[in-house]
Design a protein. Structure first.
Length: 103
């Protein structure tokens, strides 16, 4: 009987020890999971900040490109207007000379 009580106490002690060990392991896993979640959140925030900076940079480049496009379009319009004016002036002077000097 005494041996059975000793074995029962030994089994209960082993069970409590195993339970205590599993609790410690679970606490370590919880800490690991919390650390991983915090690191992932920080990494995500950093990635989002970097992407926002890239988007801002693209907006700046697009604005400069739009300004350059408007400027080049304006230059093309002025060039076309000057060419048209020169052509009309040439026709006018040519017509005058033709009317004054009939050859």
């Amino acid at each position: 009987m005494e041996a059975a009580k000793g074995i029962a106490i030994l089994i209960i002690a082993a069970f409590l020890g195993l339970n205590f060990y599993q609790d410690i392991q679970n606490q370590k896993e919880v800490v690991t999971v919390k650390t991983t979640i915090a690191a992932t959140a920080n990494n995500t925030v950093a990635t989002l900040d970097e992407m926002q900076q890239q988007i801002d940079s693209l907006h700046t480049h697009i604005g400069k490109l739009a300004t350059a496009t408007v400027y080049l379009d304006s230059c093309q319009q002025q060039k076309a207007a000057k060419a048209e004016r020169a052509e009309r002036r040439g026709k006018f002077i040519g017509g005058l000379l033709k009317g004054l000097l009939p050859f």
